[in-house]
Design a protein around this ligand. Structure first.
Ligand code: BGC
Length: 234
């Protein structure tokens, strides 16, 4: 491995519609242009890992790998994958990918990784991501409460946050109604968590047209990759 200051981290974000990768320096700044591939269909482990291998080959040298995965992750093993494929349940992604890339690999939930790239580290900070699914991450003074799965929690009208605000809902009900729903969700979450700050990321955050409360901030989608550096801070 390089001198510590020169360590390069390949950061990977597995999403329901795209798989993205970038190389970060030791401080978390990007060293390469982000590359992206459509998520292979059906998104079974083997083909998604092949896509990561292809993306890695476009990114030059790296020493270690961080992965954000759209489901519950414990000790590198993926436990749920609602928007991917049941083949991920109980899959040891960290070990399999590490063998394929011959590098150490750490894996966490995608919204948790996005949050690590966004938060200030003070007070109660909540992160939600609006993409294929609805991701969520909660931090207290910078410490992560891992695997918060708010997306599958009931929200309104017998539907979950993900059913009301995921991409399928956005396409079905259109921007205006989706924006109104989002404001209702923000109000509900403020009452529930009494957060100091709420960050909203994910590919569909660009569709937000509403005026947001002052403690709510939209974050760029690249944050999902930038959070990858935090997985090695221990
Ligand atoms: C998954 C979460 C994930 C979110 C965003 C949800 O369906 O259960 O783990 O963070 O989608 O990808």
């Amino acid at each position: 491995m390089n001198n510590k200051e020169n360590i390069r981290t390949l950061s990977v974000d597995i999403g329901g519609s795209g798989v993205k990768a970038i190389v970060l320096d030791i401080t978390g700044n990007p060293l390469t242009q982000r590359s992206r591939l459509e998520t292979p269909q059906p998104p079974k482990p083997e083909v998604v890992i092949n896509a990561i291998k292809t993306l890695a080959s476009t990114q030059g040298e790296f020493d270690r790998v961080s992965v954000g995965f759209p489901g519950v992750v414990r000790n590198g093993v993926t436990e749920t994958a609602v928007n991917l494929d049941p083949g991920w349940i109980g899959f040891d992604l960290a070990t399999v990918l590490s063998n394929r890339l011959s590098k150490p690999v750490r894996v966490i939930n995608d919204a948790d990784m996005q949050g690590l790239g966004a938060i200030q580290g003070l007070g109660v900070e909540l992160v939600i991501t609006l993409g294929t699914g609805f991701g969520s991450a909660l931090f207290v003074d910078g410490k992560l409460v891992p695997n918060l799965e708010m997306g599958h929690h009931p929200f309104r009208k017998g539907e979950t946050y993900e059913e009301q605000l995921g991409r399928a809902a956005l396409e079905r009900v259109g921007d205006n109604k989706w924006n109104r729903r989002l404001l209702k969700a923000i109000a509900t979450l403020q009452r529930l968590f009494n957060y100091d700050s709420l960050y909203i990321g994910g590919g569909e955050a660009t569709r937000i047209k509403s005026q947001l409360p002052t403690n709510v901030k939209i974050i760029p989608n690249i944050t999902g990759l930038l959070g990858g550096i935090a997985l090695w801070r221990d």
